[in-house]
Design a protein around this ligand. Sequence first.
Ligand SMILES: [Zn+2]
Length: 338
Amino acid sequence: MTVAAPYPWLTRHLERVGELLRQGRMPHALLVTGRPGLGKLTFATSVAALLICEDRGNGHVACGKCRACCLQAAGNHPDYFHVTLPVDEKTGKVGTVIKVDQIRALSERLTLSRHGAGHKVALLEPADALNINAANSLLKTLEEPADNTVLVLVSAQPGRLPPTVRSRCQQIRIDAPATDAALGWLAGQYDGPRPEVFLRLADGAPLRALALAQENALEERRERFDTLVGLCNGSQDPVAVAQAWAKDEDLKGLGWMRDWIMDLLKIRMTGKLDGIHGIDLADRLQRLASKLESRVLFGQLDRVNRTLQLTDSSLNRQMMMEDVLLAWADTGATSRKR
Ligand SMILES: [Zn+2]
């Protein structure tokens, strides 16, 4: 594990952890929350490195030079444990839940004595992927914390954790930085056009904005939007499109579709483009909004949201995607008849 330089908006949170350490008030468990794209894992990793460092003095970042820091950077520190989604050895597929065996193994290792002079640290991410048995098993460790041991849980969806687990952790919520600060940081990472558009598309999350900028998302978003318009006017085949979109990581196309439907509703109801999410496609959204009824759009939004919530399950993604896109193509067919 290498310790990444913390992002500027994380500094005050790290300072707070440093303060707790200096005062000897470090909690036994932290829960780091915040939307994707804000650097939660980087922050948690920095906290772990700080706790393990044997020469941190009064600082809030690990020294990076001591024996413990070197072991940690090489991924070999015996007092550091990282629990995450398991990878199937045969297929290479990443699982969707953290299982009870993983937590039992962790608990056992946490009871062993420390090797270094720093803390023992366990990083659990994404903590909301703990299944119910795993969460119950973790609860026992949280209820009987060992000395000099800190659990760091990371979750974008803390509401999915049992309240009993949540209540035993001190929460650190990472919020999006102010727009000016985020744009300033983005400008140092990316020198292409319209960084403000990417930041808006990322709901203010700088790392997400940078990823969108680097993957040339504007071009792809335009193509996807054109495909949806094509489905509406009957020039695209919903089954073929579903096959392609089902392959998206995190169902990104469907996520964009949800944002666009919400924008279409906003435009229909207010008659304005103010406050819409898809400012890169404002003209096209406005044109499409004039052709679709709000009642129908609400139905579509409902269907898309339900499908997005099911993405964790083993249901056939392509079939779910076909349902959504066939219904969307029907919307277009109906509006053409009117
Ligand atoms: Zn160190």
